[in-house]
Design a protein around this ligand. Structure first.
Ligand SMILES: *Cc1c(COP(=O)(O)O)cnc(C)c1O
Length: 433
């Protein structure tokens, strides 16, 4: 039985053969009208909907939103201009979108126990940009996880504003254990006296020790910014520790395990509220996306239910089972397992590197990312169980998926087609919508 409210209220599945828009019934959007007016684009949307339901989505940052979230996203709130904040907009006619944003903010602060929430960032990266804009000046030194160890682009990549405008000092993980090395972080903090320390990663499968980060930040007089883009949904469900009591500012996405619309948010104490709000608008963004903010409110409402808490328990239980099963198929699991939705692994023992593995797995309908490994230049694979768990999959399916991984990587010639067919059959037993 699917655990998500999405799955329990969803209409029948959308399959590759049936392009009838059952999704339209669950959404404010009129897919039949789209198909009549623009068959070319409708075909693309329906094709992507079919792709999501007949392959397995193991990208750790992805999930399936509920039809209620999709309905809010496809609603006429998309038409409304709303620069500013509730009660203080630069446009008239904002009474109802003000109500939507107030609901989103109230639900976010209650869900995460934060004094202040800004729900306007268009993405997780925009949330991080706003946090830096609120606390730092160009040229300031920032200590963050190095990109080669799982730091995000916004943690100092030269290709990103962060690396261009700030002076980043990278910390890593222990090459042997893959775990954060707090002695190294403390030493680098003492040597470099950063203005801010960022904790958070795109691929760390364990819980950061937020108290240890706080202690180090206090010792050198730095702000602590938690980039909880990945674990935020687990925090909401109570299966991961919260950075809110420790960090000055918490940045997050709303579309990963949290299962809301694509977007970001920032949480902080009351004393930083005004600085954060100004850093989001007008400093780094223009008009707020009110349909997305309404969808965030819906997702926060869903995430405060017991059903969602059970979902997050299952996400972690599934990830642990999948990690163990992959280890039994000879994958080298970084840190030896996981405490979260996320697994990183080196497929080298199966004779392939991360890039080759991603290609072969994708050909079999197993969709995931490559990632940095704690040692050397080689790449590993990164996967997560948030989407599979929303579909209602459990431990038996995780064990099956590990066998399919190994079959896909060992397949020769035409054998990959048989694996692809098995993946399709499995996926179709658990329709996301
Ligand atoms: C996903 C992620 C982001 C950015 O999210 P976008 O919405 O893609 O901009 C930022 N930081 C971390 C650690 C992430 O994992």
């Amino acid at each position: 039985m699917p655990v998500s409210s999405a799955a329990t209220t969803a209409p029948s599945a959308i399959s590759a053969t049936s392009t009838s828009t059952s999704i339209a019934a669950a959404s404010a959007a009129d897919f039949d009208a789209l198909r009549r007016q623009d068959p070319e684009l409708a075909e693309v949307i329906l094709g992507e909907t079919a792709r999501q339901s007949d392959s397995l989505q193991l990208i750790a940052a992805e999930n399936f939103t509920s039809p209620a979230v999709l309905a809010a996203l496809g609603s006429p709130l998309a038409n409304k201009y709303a620069e500013g904040y509730p009660g203080a907009r630069h446009h008239s006619g904002c009474e109802l979108v003000d109500a939507a944003e107030r609901i989103a903010v109230d639900r976010a602060t209650a869900l995460f126990g934060a004094e202040h929430a800004n729900v306007q960032p268009h993405s997780g990266s925009s949330a991080v940009l706003a946090a830096y804009a609120a606390l730092l000046r160009p040229g300031d030194t920032v200590l963050a996880m190095g990109l080669a160890f799982g730091g995000h682009l916004t943690h100092g990549s030269p290709a990103n504003f962060s690396g261009r405008w700030f002076s980043f000092v990278p910390y890593g993980v222990d090459a042997e254990t893959g775990l954060l090395d707090y002695d190294q972080i403390r030493r680098l903090a003492r040597e470099n006296r950063p203005k801010a320390i960022v904790c958070g990663s795109t691929s760390y499968p364990r819980h950061p020790d937020y108290a240890a980060f706080r202690e180090i930040a206090d010792e050198v007089g730095a702000y602590l910014i938690a980039d909880a883009a990945h674990p935020m949904g687990l925090i909401a469900g109570g299966v991961a520790p919260s950075p809110v009591p420790y960090a000055d500012v918490v940045c997050a996405t709303t579309h990963k395990v949290l299962r809301g619309p694509r977007g970001g948010m920032v949480l902080c104490g009351s004393h930083l509220a005004e600085r954060i709000d100004r850093a989001v608008f007008p400093f780094t963004q223009g008009g707020a996306q009110m349909h997305t903010i309404a969808a965030k409110a819906v997702a926060f409402g869903e995430a405060s239910t017991p059903a969602y808490a059970s979902y997050t328990h299952l996400v972690v239980a599934n990830a642990r089972v999948l990690a163990d099963a992959l280890a039994a198929e000879d994958f080298a699991i970084t840190t030896g397992g996981t405490d979260t939705h996320l697994i990183t692994a080196d497929p080298a023992p199966l004779g392939v590197d991360g890039r080759t593995a991603r290609g072969r797995l994708s050909a079999a309908g197993l969709v995931l990312d490559t990632c940095a490994l704690p040692y050397g230049d080689g790449r590993g694979i990164r996967l997560g169980t948030a989407a599979l768990t929303t579909q209602g999959m459990g431990q038996a399916e995780m064990a099956r998926i590990a066998v399919l991984f190994s079959a896909a990587l060992r397949a020769e010639g035409d054998e990959i087609r048989r694996v692809r067919e098995e993946v399709r059959e499995l996926a179709r037993r658990f329709p996301p919508y």
